[in-house]
Design a protein around this ligand. Structure first.
Ligand code: SF4
Length: 380
């Protein structure tokens, strides 16, 4: 299997790194995690995920590179791999489950950055999600503090109501005291196949978490970065007006209706953008196509996990000539279920083009469309 296992990683704040995937090298993969965390994505996949999804087989299993029996050798191989690539820091993302003094020393010898999937700075709270014994969680947190004194250390905290949500202010202050540089805050993702007795955040809880992130980012040295799925409308609204004006100029005089395909998380941003563009043009030139993720269900709302089948279903219910699909949804060369943009075009009876990486670049894509360009068209 030739799957890439050291990949270019773009964080929510735009920081780029080389990331060693938790499953490690395909010819010597990391054994699965035991016990699995209550919120682990790998334990809530649809039953037919193995047959239907085109993602790397190894990503379907829960794993953490720190548990690799030949960790030092894997780290050395990763360092060799990136030596001839773009100069970016080399990092791994680990929950720290299984971290020991000896393994931490190996990480410090080979990596430029450690990203801890921490859940909490309180051992009992962390253990309630990781299913580690509390003294073990306490030991891991001590090692995280030590890492922060020796290497660039960042964290991500997945918020789970009933476990760590209300502790967010305390967690962020602790991470600041421990000397971490950054913390990304992510609401828990739960598919409809989840069986851990957890629930997603309510809209009120999302708004509260967003406000805590903004306030503590200003108060602390720690950079607090709410992930894109936490109130994207709040984050993008201030930037929408200039984008809408440029989109309107690009579409002026164009005799076609363009659908902007997105997941439910980014839906409010895209809807607002379309309204502003249409108001400027006095026409319904842009149509939001907000796709519900039926395949994973639950609160999985990001564009990156949309299946081609769900996109086709959504497009069949709207009247558009061209559909702009999110780049992140087709990064694998197709949608996550293997459906290609060509298939979507044929089944939804419209042209399909791949959108830009960032919403700010949408006007350029629309200009190219207006001048006859398209990145990927349906079969004639
Ligand atoms: S450490 Fe990560 S991959 Fe392993 S069980 Fe926990 S959430 Fe899943």
């Amino acid at each position: 299997m030739g799957a890439e296992w050291v990949t270019r990683h773009l964080d929510y704040d735009g920081e780029l790194t080389w990331l060693i995937e938790s499953h490690g090298p395909p010819d010597d993969p990391t054994p699965p995690c035991r016990p699995t965390c209550r919120h682990c994505y790998a334990t809530q996949l649809p039953p037919d995920a193995r047959e239907r999804l085109v993602i790397n087989e190894l990503s379907l299993y829960p794993s953490d590179l720190v548990n690799h029996p030949r960790l030092e050798e894997v780290l050395r191989r990763a360092r060799e791999l990136v030596a001839s690539r773009e100069p970016l820091p080399l990092k791994l993302i680990t929950s720290g489950k299984g971290l020991t003094e000896r393994r931490l020393k190996a990480l410090l010898r080979h990596l430029d950055q450690l990203d801890f999937h921490l859940l909490s700075t309180d051992p009992a709270e962390r253990a309630s999600l990781t299913r580690e014994p509390v003294p073990r969680a306490e030991r891991v947190l001590e090692l995280v503090r030590r890492a922060a004194r020796e290497v660039d250390t960042v964290a991500n905290v997945v918020l789970v109501p009933g476990h760590n949500l209300r502790s967010l202010p305390r967690i962020l202050r602790d991470l600041d005291d421990w000397g971490l540089r950054k913390c990304v805050v992510i609401p828990v993702g739960l598919t409809r196949y989840h069986r851990g007795g957890l629930r997603p955040l309510t809209p009120d809880e999302e708004r509260w978490a967003w406000r805590v992130c903004r306030r503590l980012d200003r108060e602390l040295d720690l950079d607090v970065v709410p992930c894109d799925s936490l109130l994207p409308a709040e984050r993008f609204r201030p930037r929408l007006d200039p984008v809408a004006r440029r989109c309107a100029r690009a579409l002026e005089g164009l005799e076609m209706r363009v659908g902007l395909v997105t997941g439910e998380a980014f839906g409010p941003v895209i809807r607002e953008l379309c309204e502003r563009v249409n108001a400027e043009l006095g026409d319904r030139a842009l149509e939001p196509v907000i796709v519900r993720n039926r395949y994973f269900g639950g609160n999985i709302r990001c564009a990156g996990l949309l299946t081609g089948r769900d996109v086709i279903r959504a497009l069949q219910g709207v009247d558009v000539d061209v559909a702009v699909v999110p780049r992140i949804a087709v990064e694998l060369g197709s949608f996550i279920d293997g459906v290609t943009t060509w298939e979507v075009a044929a089944r939804a009876d419209c042209e399909v083009i791949v959108g830009p990486e960032r919403v700010e670049e949408l006007p350029e894509v629309l200009s190219r469309l207006a001048s006859g360009w398209s990145g990927c068209t349906g079969p004639c």
